[in-house]
Write a protein that binds this ligand. Sequence first.
Ligand SMILES: Nc1nc2c(ncn2[C@@H]2O[C@H](COP(=O)(O)OP(=O)(O)OP(=O)(O)O)[C@@H](O)[C@H]2O)c(=O)[nH]1
Ligand SMILES: [Mg+2]
Ligand SMILES: [Zn+2]
Length: 410
Amino acid sequence: MRIVCLNCLAEFKFDSTRRSWIWVLRQPNGGFATRVGDYSRRLDRRCPNGCEIDEEILDYPTTVIGFVGESASSKTHLIVSMIYSVMNDPVLAREWSIVPSRRSTKLLAALENTLMNRQAIGYTQKRGYVGAQMQRQENGIGPLGTPQPPRPPQPPMAQPQTQTHAWSGWQVRTPILIKFTSLATRRTVNLAFVDVAGEDVADAEIAAKVSPHLAIADFIWFVVPSTLNKQYLAMMREHAGPANEDSLSNPVEHSQTVGRTKMMIDQIAKLWRTANSYPLDLPIEPPRLHASTIIAKSDLLSLINLPEVGIVAPPADWADSPYSLNGAGNLYQPGQIDYRSDATRSLVRKLFPAVDSTLSIHFPHNRYFPVSAVGCGKRADNTYPVFKPFAAVDPVIHMLNLIDHRRAER
Ligand SMILES: Nc1nc2c(ncn2[C@@H]2O[C@H](COP(=O)(O)OP(=O)(O)OP(=O)(O)O)[C@@H](O)[C@H]2O)c(=O)[nH]1
Ligand SMILES: [Mg+2]
Ligand SMILES: [Zn+2]
C-alpha cells in the first residue's frame, strides 16, 4: 500500500516482512529511487522526513479530499458539519463504523462543540512562513484557525533531517482524518479532509505551494456560496427574517464574487494540470480526480422565488421547526442525489451561469451538492439561533460510493 505523508508529501511503503520503510524518491526526469529506512520510525509515527503522521494512514488506504473556496464561503463550517452529520447519521450507522483518527479526535471535538454550542468558528488563518528551524514545531496557529497549545520539545531524530520538502518552513496544516469501516466487508478507508484557506488560493506564492497537495487529492470540492450573485443577495436581504437578517447584512460574509470564483476554478485546474503533467487542453476527469461543487449556505436560497429552490434548499421555516420531524435533508440514494444535483445546476445557471460554464470546461463530470452547514446564518453576536445542518451527509455518501466503485474495478 502506497502511503503519502499529508504534510511533506513523502511517498513511502511499509514492508512488514523486512520491518522497514521503503521510501520512494521521485526524480525530476520521471524516474524514481528508493531508500530503505528502519522500523523505529513506525513507532515514532513519523514519516521519513520526520513529520508527525496519523498512525491510521499506515494501516489503511487514505482518500484525500480538498475543499477549495473563497474566504468566508463556509469551508470550515462545512467540514465540521459534514463530519458531525455522518458520525451521527442513523442511516449511515447501519453500514459504517465511523471514527476519527487518534490525532484528530481532540481538534474535531473542539470544533464540533463550538457548533453544538451555536457559536461561529473563526476564519482560517492564511498559512504563514515560520522559517526553516521552526517548521516541525507545529505550535502557534493550528489547522482550521484554532489556536493549539505548544507541544513539548520532540526527541532528536535518528538521522539528521536535511531533506527540504514542499512545505519546508511553512506552518503545518493538519487534515482531519476519519476512519470509515464497512460493517459488511470489514474494509477500512481513511478520509482526510483538507481545508485550503481562501487566502491560500488567492496568494500566488502559496497557491503554487498548495498545488502538490492538490495533485494528490482524490476529490476536490469547490465551495461556492449561494449569495454569489449580488443582485439576488439584495433580494435575499429584502425578504430576510429574524433568522438570517444579521448574517445577510454582514459585509465580510458575502464578499465573494463571480469573477474571483471563476479565476479560482481556472487557477486550481491549471495548478492541478501542472502538478500532474496533465495536458492543458484535456478536461480533468475521474478516476484521476473527482471534482464536485457544494453550493453552500443553502438556507439562504429559500429567500428567492425560483422553482428549483423547493428541491434544492431547506424550507423557509427550517431553523424553527423541530429536528426530529423533518430529518436532516439527506437523500441517500444515488438517483435522488443526481436529481437534486441537476436541479441545482439549473439553479446555478440562473444565479451565476459563468461559474457553471467555467466548471464544465475543466471538470465535465462536476456535480452539485447544495448544503447548509449550520441551517441558518449567524447573528451579530457570532452565535447561531440553531445548529441544524441540511443535506451535509449526501456529499460523503457520494464519495463512499465512488471509493467503493474504484475498489470494485481493481
Ligand atoms: N447562512 C449560513 N451562513 C453560514 C453557513 N456556514 C457558514 N456560514 C457563515 O459563513 C462564514 C464563513 O464560514 P467559514 O466556515 O469560516 O468559511 P471559510 O470558507 O472556512 O473561510 P476562510 O477560513 O476564510 O477560508 C461564517 O462566519 C458563517 O457564519 C450556513 O450554512 N448558512
Ligand atoms: Mg476556514
Ligand atoms: Zn512528512
